[in-house]
Design a binder for this molecule. Sequence first.
Ligand SMILES: *Cc1c(COP(=O)(O)O)cnc(C)c1O
Length: 354
Amino acid sequence: MNKHNFSAGPCVLPEPVLRKAADAVVDFNGIGYSLIEISHRSSDFVAVMDQARQLVLELMGLQEKGYEVLFLHGGASLEFLMVAYNLLETKAGYINTGTWSDKAIKEARLFGEVVEVASSKDKDYTYIPKGFKVPADLDYLHMTTNNTVYGTQFREIPETKVPLVADMSSDIFSRTLDFSRFGLIYAGAQKNMGPAGVTLVVIKKDILGRVTRKIPSMLDYQVHISKESMYNTPPVFAVYTSLLTLEWLRDLGGIAAIEELNEKKAKLLYSEIDLNPLFRGFVEKEDRSYMNATFDLTQPDLKETFDALWKEAGIRGLNGHRSVGGYRASMYNALSLESVGVLVDVMSDLERRA
Ligand SMILES: *Cc1c(COP(=O)(O)O)cnc(C)c1O
């Protein structure tokens, strides 16, 4: 079957990862027991957790730089409040690039003063704010590196003296960055790393312990660090499948290798959007996301024909987010260049017919 999965999340995972994960559900590493029926404190699973934590640091080039890796429950949405709970004493800065930043801001306001340092709301979040000043008296600055809904992505990471916190849910491990510029990085696994159910958090340990409020144990990063993500039962299947994806990425050549492929995919699709008169992109060209391309038809009456064509080609998950409409092609790490080629062929086929 032709399978071209452009879903925004949960999303496409590498075929060999799915097979290994499926095998482990029946018999994990040949031990005769399922991964999901053994103790998370058994040496078999503890090894999984240790390897996953190590591999995250290795891929990001963060070994021996004072960072800790956590695998938590609750999705990126729980991190919206955990970040503020653990880091916001008086005042935090947020860059508002739309849905997700908005939600993070809403939670942070429960804990202290929030300054919107920059926002692209004036133009429906179709660009990435630039050239703004970051006040020096913030507890931290929060950004969303890639906006999954609007299809915008920061190319430059803002300069700050205060700890930088980033929601990288939809572009984690997709491109090389100097990860040591971040104090805290979080990401729901289901966009680019694994199945839903686990959230990756990478924290520079020295930014913690500065707030005076009492923090409930399950929401306290320091508790999870001291228990090595085993304060309570971790989502074992999601952690294991994430490890498999990270190993797949390492064997491919790491983040630099996948970045090259991701750039090729994005260039192929965006050049079709720009050259084909039947399509237009939603956002500023220089701020386009390499992960989520948002676009629409210039002739709405072609919708039925276009939808039938891409569905016939085996494409799935191309509808835009309900708040934006149009189309969204999510091109996460495991989506092949061939799949993008199939979409581009369908788009040029539509032009030939019209
Ligand atoms: C999907 C997404 C979220 C929400 O993630 P959950 O794991 O569902 O809570 C947050 N931020 C960004 C950038 C996302 O793409």
